[in-house]
Ligand binder design. Sequence first.
Ligand SMILES: [Cu+2]
Length: 666
Amino acid sequence: MTVEATADAAVSAGPPPARHPLDPLTADELVRSRDLIAAAGLLGDATRVALVQLQEPLKEQLAAWSPGAPLDRHTFTVLLDGDTGTVTEVVVALDEGRIVSTREVSTREHPYGQPGLVANELLVLDEIVKAEPRWQAAMRARGISDLSTCKVLPLSAGQFALPDEAGRRLMRAITLYQEQPTDIPWLRPIEGVIATVDLIERRIIAFADHGGPPIPPRHPNFAEGAWGPTRDTLRPLAITQPEGPSFTVDGAAVDWEGWSFRVGFDAREGLVLHQLGFRDGDRVRPIIHRASISEMVVPYADPHPMRFWISYFDEGEYGLGRLAASLTLGCDCLGYIHYFDAVYADDRGNPVTLPRAVCMHEEDVGVLWKHQDHFSGTSEVRRSRRLVVSFWAAIGNYDYGFFWYLYQDGTIELDVKLTGIVFSVATPEPGPYATQVTPELAAPYHQHLFNARLDVDVDGTANTVEEVDVVPVEDEAENPYGNAFTTRVTVIERESEAARLADASRSRRWRIVNRGRTNHVGNPVGYELVPASNPVLLARPGSSVAERAAFATRHLWVTRADPAERYAAGPYPNQHAGGAGLPAYQAADRDLVDTDVVVWHTFGCTHVPRSEDWPVMPVEHTGFHLRPVNFFDRNPTLDLPRSSPGAECSVQHGDGTGNGHGHACH
Ligand SMILES: [Cu+2]
């Protein structure tokens, strides 16, 4: 660890006071919002605050705002009455000190939909399940005498139009066993016992004990030394930046190597990037107005009654921001780190400050470009550096890292890192939907499908999205020798054409162009979305999860920009019957040419677990790239210096042994 080398360089800025209309809500603002709601009589003893967000200003309002002008901040709050189940949206104008609007949300009629889990429901669920005689009997039948060792999981129920479920606020509960306080209960699932709980009526509406194999034996978890002596082979690897970082930070605004953007943080979406642009000469050229994760879903493949319903919408049902982790220097983040704290509301509307929620630093990522020329005898190489802006959310058994990377050549990357513990089932027989990972445990197949919402503004708001395939030329007259291939460009003209699949066999990319601006050879400036082309949702069309997570059935969706359209599965995916979000947003079939558009990209992992994922899973990656295409007139990094003073990166050198020790430019 290089904690020593970096600790004194770390900065924990604390939440900056709101000085810009896009700054995250501060603790003071959350208190004021809560107080105004309470003064209006909307915050009773049973009322839970399911969500508080900044209601962001529109693009036109932002453009009209200048530093020092009033911010006119608004909050958007979702209230849940724990006694009646009534859900109310409240908009508050903080500066004016008034309630702007209230609206009751329909939750009892088709297509239903509920706010995500609120924290006190963990306790409610635990109490209800543990008080149930059938559950107690099921635990005792499995040899458990101390019921406090049972951990009841609060799992989103899905929506299956099952009898007695419609219109209720539900969770499903399965149970884990935690023999000792430091045990990780995910490693010891209790098979066969499942309860469906009405959180408003506070009672179990369905209970089953399907029986099953015994509780798996106790294994070590993965604390240091748990599986034998800790290795001692690693020598120190120090990352030092003796002159400090190359970025500058002013509140939530960041500048680095031509890039500029604002860091936002939302209780539901987690990290949000605002107003991302790149300086080109003396002007900052806009690229993305707002970049966020708009939803994610984790559907499981197993049709067993214990698991067919598992399809967690981790953002809309649990909240990525509220489950963010506080990060540790030298462990989560290495180098010279700038942390941003996060502030969100708890379920009574009180502010919670999470220190060091967002981590920002620079990384060396190898060679950016290189050429060794045999004719001229010249050799030039430049190293690549990227800016990393990231956060982690710990959602039950899984840990998700969301890492935005900005590169010096204009590339933007989102890398989602998946780790933690695979969900497992106590069984010695995996069947066709799981992998045996220990003699007693199998891990079911599942998918993790994410959707990134990119409000693109490539060199301005008037953008058009083109699908670009690389295809062989079929016409023999055109292609007499068979070698010819070319690009085929399809303009996505309307929303009815704007739900697309990736095609790796054609190197399919989606190019966002501004046809009103051209580079020095007359090509329209653009950015291309490079998909990883992984499978979309594998659930059968028409199935519950395919209706509810329609966003996950296509890799690309394009909509006319509308800030009210923010979530790929709609605002209330919890127990929603489906059709909300992208299918609803596209229903008007709006024109998409030379206008303000939003690009929504679905990507993810189809996870067939392996032994190596047990007991803790090495990070798996998924994500996408956005690359400039004819956005610049040439490689924008020609002004980079040779990397290390004195390293003589421009000439051939070496001692003939291939060791090259002591040089910084291998
Ligand atoms: Cu997985």
